[in-house]
Design a protein around this ligand. Structure first.
Ligand SMILES: Cc1cc2nc3c(=O)[nH]c(=O)nc-3n(C[C@H](O)[C@H](O)[C@H](O)COP(=O)(O)OP(=O)(O)OC[C@H]3O[C@@H](n4cnc5c(N)ncnc54)[C@H](O)[C@@H]3O)c2cc1C
Length: 391
């Protein structure tokens, strides 16, 4: 037992990363802010370990700590398609991990009902309707819920579509002005595709500083130095920058999977964040979905009559099918991904594509959007998905 801490709380949040801290943030703004909450993470969160980007209409929850935002994005696609796309009602926003932690954690620490514990979570169990978290600092019990963002699935079940979005990015400072601060690049497919989906994005901080990230959607990772080779080559050959310093490095792997996640694997335990399947399967984006899902979760927690459907706010069957088909087309290489994304952004209003990726479009808008991509690969993809569900 941890010497200085009580062993029972109303809520325990296992993993105080993006989802865990966001949940605590919304609980702290709700009528539940007087409940005792324990947040357990193995790290003291302060490093700039993530750069979260997302699109949003109007001002959002974390507006005051948004680092940069843009109202248009460069797209360099298939067959020399190159266009600066106005995203109209949306802004593409960048939030740095360190700013998020420095904003949220001190705010939560002002609430005497919220306790932080730096510890390794070893196991999460539920016995006699009490959920327990076993850590290397002792055992803690939750009377209401344990919210678990540490038990991430392996995403390797057969009969599902499991891809990885893996990337490495550098924040570089160039000797000479090299970037247009108002003009980020969302997709640059002008790199060797190697029969995968490969692109670079460039998010400028200033005329001399930008985050440049080399990204792949595939089912296998590269060696660390291979990402570096690609970054160096892009900076030299596409951006034509000769002299620069690497100021920060970001690396990550995000599951892109249609494998269903067990939201509540045992009584009084609910998975959230990547562990709860919050990542949008076909894009790997999850920051905004996590905010939306957790705001709703806290509203439902405030209303005990909603407890039956608690946590079940995922994707509709139709939207999940669209994700699976896109994953199937990419995994089985039915059509090069640069051609798919080029078709989508070339033939539709860019803001509608963002709305579609956010699952905010109607069935008929989805059908209209799908008509802008070649039908045969997607029909084969749909057939592949249906067959995988049958066998
Ligand atoms: C580098 C990177 C960049 C990303 N960029 C974007 C983006 O631009 N836009 C977007 O929408 N999505 C992005 N994502 C995807 C997603 O938004 C992030 O992965 C997000 O951090 C997921 O939130 P989470 O709370 O599930 O996981 P995390 O934020 O990783 O939080 C999990 C926490 O659990 C802790 N932990 C894990 N295991 C244990 C244990 N056994 N004991 C104690 N603590 C433990 C970790 O220290 C961590 O703090 C990115 C992902 C990565 C990796």
């Amino acid at each position: 037992m941890h010497a200085n801490l009580p062993n029972t709380y109303q809520y325990i949040i296992a993993g105080g990363g993006m989802a865990g801290l966001s949940l605590a943030f919304y609980l702290n703004q709700s009528t539940l802010k007087n409940q005792s909450i324990l947040i357990i993470d193995r790290e003291i969160k302060s490093a700039n370990d993530h750069t979260w980007c997302f699109w949003e209409q109007g001002r959002g929850t974390f507006e005051e700590i948004i680092y940069r935002q843009w109202n248009g994005l460069w797209f360099y696609g298939h067959q020399d398609f190159a266009q600066f796309l106005a995203i109209e009602e949306y802004a593409y926003k960048m939030l740095r991990g360190e700013d998020f932690y420095q904003f949220v954690i001190p705010l939560l620490k002002q609430n005497p009902n919220i306790t932080f514990l730096q510890a390794d979570v070893l196991a999460i169990k539920s016995e006699n309707n009490v959920a327990e978290v076993q850590t290397n600092q002792g055992l803690f019990m939750a009377e209401q819920w344990v919210f678990d963002s540490v038990s991430v699935s392996k995403f390797n079940q057969p009969n599902y579509h499991n891809m990885l979005q893996h990337f490495k990015g550098w924040v570089i400072e160039s000797d000479k002005p090299s970037f247009q601060p108002a003009q980020p690049t969302l997709f640059d497919f002008r790199i060797e595709q190697q029969n995968e989906c490969r692109f670079v994005y460039v998010l400028p901080h200033s005329e001399t500083k930008a985050l440049i990230e080399f990204t792949i959607f595939s089912d296998n990772l590269l060696k660390d130095e291979d990402y570096d080779v690609q970054l160096k080559q892009y900076i030299r050959e596409v951006l034509k920058i000769e002299s620069y310093r690497i100021e920060e490095v970001e690396k990550g792997v995000i599951p892109m999977s249609d494998e269903p996640q067990l939201i509540s694997p045992m009584p009084k335990v609910m998975r959230i964040g990547t562990a709860g399947g919050y990542v949008k399967a076909s894009t790997g984006y999850s920051f905004q979905r996590t905010q939306r899902f957790l705001q709703r979760l806290v509203k439902d927690l405030e209303q005990p009559q909603n407890l039956k459907t608690l946590g079940n706010f995922g994707t509709s069957t139709w939207k999940a099918l669209l994700d699976s088909v896109l994953l199937n087309v990419m995994l089985h290489k039915r059509m090069p991904a640069d051609e798919i994304f080029t078709s989508l952004f070339k033939h539709n209003r860019p803001a509608d594509v963002l709305k579609f990726l956010d699952e905010d479009t109607s069935f008929w808008q989805d059908i209209a959007l799908m008509q802008s991509v070649p039908s045969i690969p997607f029909m084969l993809g749909a057939k592949g998905v249906l067959l995988s569900k049958l066998y």
